[in-house]
Design a protein around this ligand. Structure first.
Ligand SMILES: NC(=O)c1ccc[n+]([C@@H]2O[C@H](COP(=O)([O-])OP(=O)(O)OC[C@H]3O[C@@H](n4cnc5c(N)ncnc54)[C@H](O)[C@@H]3O)[C@@H](O)[C@H]2O)c1
Length: 424
């Protein structure tokens, strides 16, 4: 007999909450969204209507769910970075399994408290390191495990954030200020350090790092610029002109991210109003309290002497991450779609494509990782089998510790050891 669909409730029904909840609409036989906690009326109502959620499970304050018996199998926590630890710990203690957005929490102590709560409660935790779940990573991992490239000696990995994505999310958007969200390395590149840890499959022992906010500052504001792009005299020669960027999206017929982040009225008038009054219409050169880095490098040493270098930079053409893996038998290049392997013995290059045919669904984001992490979490709960989860408590704590060590290395200008003895 087919198992009954599992029941999930969403805390934080913004962009990410809506994406994971979409899985329930596509696979209603597997999962149902039965509750939502969200303080913003529009987003709460939107989720209620899409998922036909009963009024008794709709709230603007998730704390109310702690005063009643469990009404779902798991909770999807997609609140802003600084609001992950409190609900994660509370709901773990209440016996709910957790799908938790990355980063687990902005501080090491938050991460450790979450891991401890999850372990003590005996619930399952999947942290949304979606890059582990893509068909691309699965194939890459298979190739590495087959021994085709030999032992990994070193890795070079690039995260090309893209000039406009940086401006949208990390200069104007929710993640522009470290104290109010988290460091760039934690909020954006925790994916990459986690992925490197997964690919190398050895503990990271030491890190160094350099990086800063170099460009999106007042001193680089062009003469003739204004506080808002709509009033700017030099917008036509500025790559970061908000009007051009958001209107291009509108003209392409895109009604999802990034437009749905800046306004709930995705029309010409709605966008103009958002650019006139909100942060997304502000000049990237000053006037905002953005302080997260726009470029950073991290060097990593793994057990056995394997080395990796990681570069995150805003100043790129929009594209996928790129990786070179240098093995004893072959060199591998990957760009999120294509994998190319140059074999030292035969001197031949084999190319494999893992490109997905996108069906346009919001779940196809992150190279299929968004859909696959939901599938893994739902399967884990349905079959009561945590093996489906590739980004559980220990794996995530381990890679978050790499991030914290790298940030300390950058800020203190020294090499930091990653202390695995401290892993619970
Ligand atoms: N895995 C990924 O690749 C990925 C990508 C983007 C964002 N994220 C992470 O996902 C999280 C959410 O990001 P987002 O883009 O959906 O942001 P968002 O702002 O669109 O959504 C967050 C939602 O949480 C709500 N919220 C705020 N306080 C709340 C509270 N106390 N209780 C319940 N809801 C509350 C907000 O009103 C908002 O609707 C962040 O931690 C972010 O770093 C992960």
């Amino acid at each position: 007999m087919k198992p009954a669909p599992i029941k999930l409730a969403v805390v934080g029904a913004g962009s990410r909450g809506a994406i994971y909840a979409q899985y329930a609409l596509e696979y209603p036989d597997q999962v149902q969204i039965v509750g939502v906690a969200e303080p913003r009326d529009f987003y709460r109502d939107h989720m209620v209507n899409r998922h036909q959620i009963s009024p008794e499970n709709v709230t603007n304050d998730w704390h109310t769910w702690l005063t009643r018996p469990k009404f779902a199998d798991g909770i999807i926590i997609t609140t802003p970075d600084a609001l992950h630890a409190e609900p994660a710990i509370a709901f773990a203690k209440h016996g709910y399994h957790l799908l938790l957005e990355k980063p687990m929490g902005p501080s090491e102590s938050d991460c450790r408290r979450i891991v401890q709560a999850v372990r003590e409660a005996g619930v399952m935790l999947a942290v949304c390191h979606v890059m582990r779940y893509t068909p691309y990573t699965r194939l890459l991992k298979k190739i590495l495990d087959s021994g085709q490239i030999g032992e990994i000696i070193s890795v070079q990995h690039l995260e090309p954030v893209g000039f406009w994505h940086q401006a949208h999310s990390f200069v104007r958007g929710n993640w522009h200020n470290e104290a109010r969200s988290s460091s760039m390395l934690l909020q954006k590149s925790c994916h990459d350090l986690d992925w490197l840890s997964y690919i190398v499959a050895k503990p990271c022992v030491a890190v160094s790092s350099f990086g800063s906010l170099s460009h999106f500052k007042k001193e680089f504001r062009p003469i003739g610029a204004a506080d808002r792009c709509l009033d700017c005299g030099v917008a036509h020669v500025c790559a970061y002109d908000a009007k051009r960027f958001y209107f291009e999206n509108l003209e392409e017929g895109n009604t999802d991210w990034p437009l749905n982040v800046i306004t709930t009225d995705i029309s010409e008038a709605g966008i103009l109003a958002a650019l006139r009054t909100g942060d997304y219409g502000r000049c990237v050169y000053g006037g905002l309290d953005n302080d997260v880095v726009d470029h950073q490098v991290v060097n990593l040493e793994f057990e056995g002497g394997v080395t990796a270098s990681f570069t995150m930079t805003a100043f790129t053409k929009p594209r996928d991450r790129e990786t070179r893996i240098f093995g004893t038998k072959a060199e591998l290049y990957g760009n999120g779609n294509i994998l190319e392997i140059y074999d030292f013995l035969t001197r031949e290059t084999t190319t494999v494509s893992t490109e997905l045919e996108s069906d346009g669904s919001i779940l196809s984001g992150h190279g299929g990782g968004d859909e696959n992490i939901m599938r893994a979490f739902v399967s884990a709960l349905t079959e009561n089998n945590p093996e489906y989860i590739l980004s559980g408590a220990s794996q995530t704590l381990e890679s978050h510790l790499m991030v914290f060590a790298a940030e300390n290395a950058r800020k203190q200008n020294r090499v930091m050891r990653v202390d695995h003895d401290q892993l619970p």
